[in-house]
Each structure stands twice: as C-alpha cells, then as structure tokens.
Ligand binder design. Sequence first.
Ligand code: NAI
Length: 328
Amino acid sequence: MKTPIRVAVTGAAGQIGYALVFRIASGQVFGPDQPVILHFVEIPPALGALDGVHMELDDCAFPTLAGVVKADTDHLNDGFRDCNFVLCVGSVPRGKGMERGDLIKINGPIFTNTGKAIQEAAASDVRVVVVGNPCNTNCLIAMNNAKDVPSDRWYAMTMLDQNRATSQLANKAGVAVADVQNMTIWGNHSATQYPDFFNAKIGGKAATDVISDHDWLKGDFISTVQKRGAAIIEARGASSAASAANALIDNVKAIVTPTPAGETFSAAVCSDGSYGVDEGLISSFPLTSDGKTWKIAQGFDHNEFAKAKLDATVAELRGERETVADLL
Ligand code: NAI
C-alpha cells in the first residue's frame, strides 16, 4: 500500500469544509490508488459539528480514506502533525458593517499561530493553500511566521476567480470552457483583482480576437468577476461554498500535476519581483508547476490599461501588508 498523504483542513465544519472533505476523501484529488488521512482543525465550539462530518465520512466508506485526525485550535501542532498539505479554510467571516481592515486585524493573529504550528509540526514537504479571507495577506502572515518553510510552499487561492472568469469568457464566445486557456488573475483576491483577458486564449487565439465586444471585456467582464462573490451572497443568502471547494481541489491538482506545455494556472504566491510586483508580497500570477514547485510564467504583456489594473491591486496588497506589519 502507498504511504498515505496527510491533508489538514482548517474550518472543516464550515460550509466550504463540508463541500470539500468528501471529495478529498473519495480520491478525486490524489487519485483512486492514493490513500489519504484527513486532519481536521476547528475552534472548540465547532467540534460537535465536526464529529457529525466525521460520522458522515465513515458512512461513505471511502476506500481511499485511511484515517481521520481531529484537533481544536488550542492544539494546532496535533492538527498539522506530519501533514503534506495544509488547506487553511477556517477564519472569522466578515460581519455586517465590518471594514476589510477590521477583518484583516481579526484574522491576522489566527495566521501567526497557523504559521508557527506548520513550521513546528508539518511534514518537511508541506504545501499550504490559504482560502480564508483576506487570503493573500493571511498567507503572507503565516509564511512570515514559518521562516524555515521555503517560500515556494505557500499559496493563496485565486482559482475560484480564474474559474469564474473562464466561464464568463466561454459563455460570451459560445465555446466550451476547455477552449479557454491562460485566464490569469493578477494581484489580490478582492474587488481590485485583475482578470487578464488580454493574455487569455480561446481556441488558441487571443480572446480579444475572438470576442469583438472589447467594451464588455474592459467593463462588465472584469466587474462581474470582481463582484461575483457578492452576487452569490445576494442570490443564495450565503457565500460561495461548493464552487470555492471545487476551486481548492483544482488548485491542489494544479500544484501536484505538471502543467501541460503552453498552459498556466492562477494562484497567489510569494513574488520574486516579476512583473514589477514587490518582492515578498503574496500576489496572484500565471504559474506553471513541475508537480513539486511553481514558476511564474514570463512573457505576458501588459499594456497601459493592464498596468493600471495591476498597479491598483498591488497597491492594495502593499497597504494590507502595512496593516499587519507587526505580525510579520
Ligand atoms: P464558514 O463560516 O461556513 O466556515 C468557517 C469555519 O471556520 C467555521 O466552521 C469556523 O468554526 C471555522 N473557524 C473559525 N475560526 C477558525 C480558526 N481560528 N481556526 C480554524 N477554524 C476556524 O465559512 P466558509 O463559507 O466555509 O468560508 C471560509 C473562508 O473562506 C472565509 O474566510 C471566506 O471568506 C473564504 N472564502 C475564500 C474564497 C477564495 O476564493 N479565496 C472563496 C470563498 C470563501
């Protein structure tokens, strides 16, 4: 039998957790021959609900699920012990009237502890994907509190934004989603993100050649992707959960699978200064993976329109970094 992969999921009793853990346990992420041990981390009041999730997992009798470990947030090291992946979904949601800065301050300390525990307890090959918002800056905090864990192991999720943008382009062009490639999200997972249609391809051609309505691309397309999360809340009365879990699965698969030639995927990683993004910021880029680590794809052109969008989202990330400077 293969050695099981250990995958920690924080906030496992939440709505994304509920849409996520069954799919990981079923073999959809690492394959039908790869056993998985799930490590669930929750705050103490959510442990009862977590037991319910565990019972349901047992009731699925997944052949690929080799075990479940549960830990509360007072025992993070137990939760992350020997984990190869840590998926940081849990965080405090934005309440009514709460500013983004307030949310950053509330969630920041969660991620200092998360970073320290990952460094102390996780496997030496650990890879971390942060989903809990504000995910770029939470990831920055965790990474800076785990200086022994190499900086290429840290990701914040913008795959949901990429998937949203891909669907919008495919619908507009009247093609299948599989025909859309290189649909990159740049910058922050927030309303300032830049969904880069200029470098996207549809059926191998520039998206701007296939879609002639450039006003739509520069206007409604970008704002629809940027504000999709709010539109889902308005329609559903709850934030995106199944699509977020699905994007996280896509993100982990993109990390562990060598990227096919010519393709890229979006995730926020530690900037090496590429494309003028300040070194050390966790910013979304077009990436390729060799199955172990990522490279930022080079050669994506940015015209004046794109440069202004990229500058705005990077400025926001810089501001967030200043807000949490004492936690880094
Ligand atoms: P939820 O509120 O349903 O679940 C969050 C869970 O996290 C709860 O069970 C809660 O008990 C737990 N939790 C709270 N503090 C924790 C801590 N310190 N450690 C571990 N667990 C903790 O929220 P949902 O819908 O599952 O969303 C989770 C996060 O994902 C939110 O921050 C949300 O904004 C973010 N999100 C990010 C997306 C992205 O594309 N990056 C997309 C959608 C959501």
